[in-house]
Design a binder for this molecule. Structure first.
Ligand code: NDP
Length: 246
């Protein structure tokens, strides 16, 4: 029997690399995509040459508490306990705080932070019962150091770290670990949408003078998911080329 992983935002830049890596490592991946975007998810599935044996597309709006509870409880019945949960879905809605709208504040907190309740809560009890499971949450360097124009995003991503440390206590005696991967700027559509000169100025501030690749972030997730990561819990693994050293 393959181990089961669930990845939210699976068809995004980093989510794709995580899904590919976990498939490569022999997992069956429940690839959660945003509700209403089945055709995009199906195109992605085909482009990646996945098979239905290793990847199952799964509709989930991580901001919708009721939908998550209903669909994830049904998933438990159908597929069994999730061994590895990767909370990866996220958005940015940047803007200076003086001008930030309530809409952009709530959208970012809901997608990046409240999603952790919505997705993890329905699955966590079964993970503890089974034991030796993993929760891996994707934060950001900007949750660690703050960023101009990102009060909403930095707050949410810092919240991800607090949530993870507290959850680590609750899973520890069952051998269920909870950890954070905090990427620096990574070459995905989220970053590539920025102006070229902004990307160049970001790179110039990174000691390693380049963006991370999605595969480098996925490698950290795979490590935390593996047996080698069994004794790591409540930690934040920064993958940021030296941009921020705690
Ligand atoms: P992408 O925009 O490529 O991927 C984000 C994914 O989240 C998409 O698949 C998106 O779906 C999905 N998503 C958004 N809203 C929802 C929702 N309500 N329900 C379900 N899924 C949703 O971004 P990245 O791959 O770059 O980011 C992945 C994670 O990494 C995020 O948490 C991000 O904050 C974090 N990160 C990224 C960095 C970077 O430099 N790229 C740096 C640090 C952290 P859809 O495309 O259909 O909207």
């Amino acid at each position: 029997m393959k181990k089961l992983a669930l990845v939210t935002g699976s068809n995004g830049g980093i989510g794709s690399a995580i899904t590919e890596k976990l498939v490569e490592q022999g997992y069956r991946v429940i690839a959660a995509y945003l509700t209403g975007e089945l055709s995009i998810a199906e195109k992605w599935f085909e482009e990646k040459n996945f098979t239905s044996d290793s990847v199952r597309l799964f509709e989930l709006d991580v901001t919708n508490t009721e939908q998550c509870a209903k669909r994830l409880h049904a998933l438990l019945e159908e597929e069994g306990t999730v061994d590895v949960l990767v909370n990866n879905a996220g958005i940015t809605r940047d803007g200076q705080f003086k001008k930030m709208t309530a809409e952009n504040w709530h959208a970012v907190i809901n997608t990046n932070l409240n999603s952790l309740f919505n997705v993890t809560q329905p699955l966590f009890a079964a993970m503890c019962e089974k034991g030796h499971c993993r929760v891996i949450n994707i934060s950001s360097v900007n949750g660690l150091k703050g960023q101009f124009g990102q009060t909403n995003y930095s707050a949410a991503k810092a919240g991800v770290i607090g949530f993870t440390k507290a959850l680590a206590f609750e899973g520890a005696k069952s051998g269920v670990t909870a950890n954070v991967v905090a990427p620096g700027y990574t070459g995905t559509p989220m970053v590539e949408a920025m102006r070229e000169d902004v990307i160049e100025s970001i790179k110039s501030e990174i000691p390693m003078k380049r963006l991370a690749t999605p595969a480098e972030i996925a490698g950290a997730v795979a490590y935390l998911a593996s047996e080698n990561g069994a004794y790591v819990t409540g930690e934040t693994l920064s993958i940021n080329g030296g941009l921020y050293m705690k």
